[in-house]
Design a protein. Structure first.
Length: 163
């Protein structure tokens, strides 16, 4: 495991541009778990996602991401468009704030739905071209998709490599 992390950090440091500067692009991976109650049964999923972001100006990124909820039924896929601002308070650690819109595709007989939300956390610069972030996401759904809850919150951990 240490060899894999060392190799990843070395390869990230060989990329060509800074993490938060205008014109840079980064790619991220997300892995997690989630549960969904369907017909009085709780289904547990592994959630895997990829994202790409482009910094339209220094510290402000516009992105696109997809996630799949794997390992249970109904099948769920999500498409997300986020906007994130990394607050330049410190060279290594940067708080971030963001907003997003998301469309969720759910296997029939369930209906697809839209959501929107916000995210906040701290990104840690790992090298000139890589960062890791830890934060919280609060998502609001356009209809009552989770019983009596019109919103849901969850932690996020992301690793990004800029090119």
């Amino acid at each position: 495991m240490k060899k894999i992390i060392s190799l990843w950090l070395l390869s990230a440091s060989l990329a060509w541009s800074g993490v938060y500067v205008q014109g840079s692009k980064n790619f991220g991976l997300s892995v997690g778990s989630g549960s969904l109650s369907v017909a009085r049964k709780t289904n547990v999923y592994t959630i895997v996602g990829v994202s790409a972001n482009y910094f339209v100006v220094d510290n402000l990124s516009l992105g696109f991401g997809v996630r799949a909820w794997l390992g249970n039924s109904p099948s769920i896929q999500e498409v997300t468009v986020p906007v994130t601002y990394f607050i330049p308070l410190h060279e290594t650690y940067r708080p971030y704030l963001g907003v997003f819109v998301r469309h969720t595709f759910v296997e029939s007989p369930f209906d697809d739905y839209n959501s929107y939300g916000g995210r906040a956390g701290v990104a840690m610069k790992l090298s000139d071209n890589a960062y890791m972030s830890l934060g919280w996401v609060q998502e609001f759904h356009d209809k009552d998709v989770f019983g009596n809850n019109s919103s849901s919150g969850y932690p996020e951990i992301t690793i990004g490599i800029a090119f």
